[in-house]
Design a protein around this ligand. Structure first.
Ligand SMILES: [Zn+2]
Length: 79
């Protein structure tokens, strides 16, 4: 009967070891969360508002946030 107890103990040990092994490793150095790509910010030459390069409207004397600002800026330039 002693062997049965030993067997149970061994089974328990292997069971615990198996659990530990199957558990995913603790991430020692967690990857930083994906950050949004830093977008180039441009400044509207008329009002100074910062806007992503994809939304900037190129014009005379710089980029603009809207066609209205581009028009007024270009008008001021005397173009
Ligand atoms: Zn503007």
């Amino acid at each position: 009967m002693k062997y049965l107890l030993l067997l149970v103990l061994l089974a328990l040990v292997f069971f615990v070891l198996g659990l530990k092994r199957s558990r995913p490793r603790e991430p020692e150095s967690r990857k930083p969360p994906p950050v949004a790509q830093p977008q180039t910010m441009l400044r509207c030459a008329e009002c100074g508002m910062h806007l992503p390069v994809g939304e900037a409207l190129p014009g005379k004397g710089g980029v603009f946030c809207s066609t209205a600002h581009r028009n007024s800026h270009e008008a001021r330039l005397g173009g």
